[in-house]
Design a protein around this ligand. Structure first.
Ligand code: SF4
Length: 507
C-alpha cells in the first residue's frame, strides 16, 4: 500500500509575516512528535511504501505528500483541526482511507468522526497493523486496549527524523531529535490531557541504544524529550544518560516538575548536558505541590519558585516556565502582578503566559461544559493563544485582555529583550529568545485588536460573555482566511464543534 503520514504542527499561515515565517521555519518545525514517526516506521517495516511529512504553516499541506495514497494518517492539535478536516475531505474524494490521531482526536473524537473514516485514541504497533490490514470498518473510533509498550528506535525512525528536523538532510544547530523516555504523569492537573494517564517508563535498554546511536552517528544533535513529566524515575533514567561517556553526550531539552528536583539532581542534569528545561508553575493560586513549594500560594509561592529558578540558573543554560492566567482561582490584579514580579526577578527565564483552555477529556472541560462556560460556536482554529474560548469565572473578557496586553507589552518589549539577552551566554538560547519575542509581538498585536473589538463591537462582547452564540465576523474572517482553498470543504457553517457525546470505542 501507499501510506502517507502527516503531522500538522500549525494551521495555514495566511498572511504570513516575516517574524512568523522565521519562527515557524526554524522553531515550530522542530515540534515534530514521536508517534507519527513511529507509525511511519512501523508501516515501512510491514513492507508498505510510506511517505512521512510535517506541516508547519507554510504553503499547502497537501503538497507535502504525494497523490494517490491508499491510506493517510493525520496527527493534529485542535487549533489545526479544521485544516485536518479539509485535508480528510480532499483525500476521501481521491478514494484514500483517512485516519486521525494525536491530541485533537483524543479530546474530540465525536467531532473528528464528522470528517475522518477512523479516529484513533490510544495507539500501538498492533493497532496500526490492524488498521492497515483493514480490520476496522469506517466510520469508527478505535483504541488499543494495551498500554503502549515500545516505540521504534532512533535508527528505525532516522528517515522520518531527517525529514522533520534536518535541513537538506543534514542536522543544523536548531535541529532536535524527538524522543520519549516515559509516558503519563503522576500528577492530576485538571486542565491537562495527561491528568489520568498513569506514569510508565519505556524500556531503558531502548533508551540506551538510542543514546549510543546518536553519540555515534549524530554527535551533538540535540534531543527534544517529549515526556509529559521527565525524571519521575529520576535515578533510573539518569543512570542511562550517565552510561554515555561525558564527551559523547548530546544536549537535551525536557519538561519536568520543580518538585522532582534538588541540588544534587540539578547537578546530574547539568553533567548529562540538559540544555533547556520548561517547568510548569501554571497558577499562583494552585498546583503548588508540583512546583516544589508545598502548599504555598501567591507571594509565598513566588518566593519559593524564584528561589528554585536561581538554583537551576547556574546549571541549565535555557529556562522557561509555563503560566496559565485566569483560571477559576484567579481574581483581580494579583496573579498578573505576581507574574510581572516573577519576570522582573528572573529575566533569565522565558515565561509562556497562557490563556485557560478546556480540552475534551479533562476535568476542567467537564466543569466548564456543565457550567455552560465553553463558547460553543468558537471553531477549533481558535484553541490556541491568544484566543479566549471559555467564559472566565472572575474576569470579564475586556478586563482580562487588558491585563494580558499589559503583560505581553512587557514580554515583547525591546528593553526586556535586551535585559534577557544580557542575562544569558547560551548562543542558541539567545536566538530562541529573539524568535519568541517576535511571536509574543504578533500575539500582543492580536490581543490589542481584541481589546478594541470588545470596546467597540457589542456583538463581539456579547459572544464572549456567553449572551449569543452567533460567531462574530472577526472570527469568521480569520477562520475563512486561514483555511484558504479548504474553506469549500469545511465551510463556516460547519465550524461549530461537536463538544459532547461519547462515541462507541472499538478495541
Ligand atoms: S504535571 Fe504536567 S504533565 Fe503532569 S498532569 Fe500536570 S500539567 Fe500534566
Amino acid at each position: 500500500m501507499k501510506i502517507g503520514i502527516l503531522e500538522l504542527l500549525a494551521g495555514r499561515l495566511n498572511p504570513v509575516s516575516p517574524g512568523q515565517y522565521l519562527d515557524h521555519f526554524f522553531a515550530r518545525k522542530q515540534y515534530a512528535s514521536v508517534m507519527p514517526q513511529a507509525i511511519s516506521a512501523w508501516c515501512r517495516q510491514m513492507g508498505h511504501v510510506t511517505f512521512y511529512a510535517t506541516y508547519y504553516g507554510l504553503g499547502d499541506p497537501k503538497n507535502r505528500l504525494p497523490p494517490d495514497l491508499d491510506l493517510v494518517f493525520i496527527c493534529t492539535h485542535s487549533f489545526s483541526a479544521p485544516l485536518a478536516y479539509g485535508l480528510a475531505r480532499a483525500y476521501q474524494r481521491e478514494g484514500t482511507l483517512t485516519v486521525i490521531g494525536g491530541p485533537h482526536a483524543k479530546s474530540y473524537p465525536q467531532d473528528c468522526l464528522r470528517y475522518f473514516d477512523l479516529v484513533v485514541l490510544e495507539c500501538d504497533q498492533t493497532l496500526i497493523a490492524d488498521i492497515v490490514g483493514g480490520q476496522f470498518d469506517p466510520p469508527a473510533v478505535i483504541s488499543s486496549p494495551r498500554p503502549l509498550a515500545e516505540l521504534p528506535s532512533i535508527a528505525e525512525r532516522l528517515p522520518e527524523i531527517r525529514t522533520a528536523t534536518f535541513l537538506k538532510g543534514k542536522p543544523f544547530p536548531g535541529s532536535f531529535i524527538p524522543l520519549l523516555t516515559s509516558l503519563g504523569c503522576p500528577y492530576t492537573c485538571d486542565f491537562c490531557s495527561d491528568w489520568n494517564s498513569p506514569y510508565r517508563s519505556l524500556s531503558p535498554h531502548r533508551l540506551k541504544a538510542d543514546l549510543q546511536f546518536i553519540a555515534q552517528n549524530l554527535p551533538g544533535v540535540k534531543l527534544a524529550i517529549f515526556d509529559p513529566n521527565f525524571g519521575v524515575r529520576f535515578d533510573e533514567v539518569m543512570g542511562v544518560f550517565e552510561s554515555i561517556p561525558p564527551n559523547r553526550r548530546s544536549p537535551y531539552v525536557i519538561e519536568s516538575s520543580l518538585s522532582l528536583l534538588n541540588p544534587e539532581r540539578i547537578k546530574r542534569l547539568h553533567r548529562t548536558r540538559c540544555a533547556a528545561m520548561m517547568p510548569g508553575v501554571e497558577s499562583w493560586s494552585a498546583y503548588s505541590h508540583k512546583a516544589g513549594v508545598g502548599r504555598a500560594i501567591l507571594w509565598r509561592k513566588l518566593e519559593g519558585v524564584v528561589e528554585q529558578f536561581y538554583l537551576l540558573k547556574d546549571y541549565i543554560p535555557y529556562l522557561g516556565v509555563n503560566f496559565i492566567l485566569g483560571l477559576d482561582l484567579d481574581a483581580g490584579d494579583e496573579p498578573f502582578e505576581l507574574t510581572r514580579e516573577f519576570m522582573y526577578r528572573t529575566p533569565f527565564v522565558w515565561p509562556s503566559i497562557n490563556i485557560p483552555m478546556a480540552f475534551g477529556g479533562t476535568p476542567l472541560f467537564d466543569t466548564l461544559l456543565a457550567g455552560g462556560r465553553i463558547l460553543n460556536a468558537m471553531p477549533f482554529t481558535f484553541y490556541t493563544i491568544p484566543y479566549l474560548t471559555v467564559i472566565l469565572k472572575n474576569y470579564d473578557p475586556l478586563t482580562y485582555f487588558q491585563k494580558m496586553v499589559d503583560l505581553y507589552a512587557l514580554l515583547a518589549s525591546p528593553g526586556w529583550l535586551t535585559q534577557r539577552l544580557a542575562s544569558m551566554s547560551y548562543g542558541l538560547g539567545k536566538a530562541v529568545h529573539c524568535l519568541r519575542t517576535l511571536a509574543a509581538r504578533s500575539r500582543l498585536q492580536l490581543m490589542r485588536t481584541m481589546v478594541e473589538q470588545l470596546q467597540t463591537d457589542a456583538h463581539f462582547y456579547a459572544f464572549h460573555a456567553g449572551q449569543t452564540d452567533v460567531l462574530p465576523h472577526f472570527y469568521a474572517v480569520i477562520y475563512t482566511r486561514q483555511l484558504g482553498p479548504y474553506i469549500e470543504l469545511v465551510p463556516l457553517a460547519e465550524s461549530r464543534p461537536v463538544l459532547d457525546g461519547t462515541p462507541e470505542i472499538l478495541m
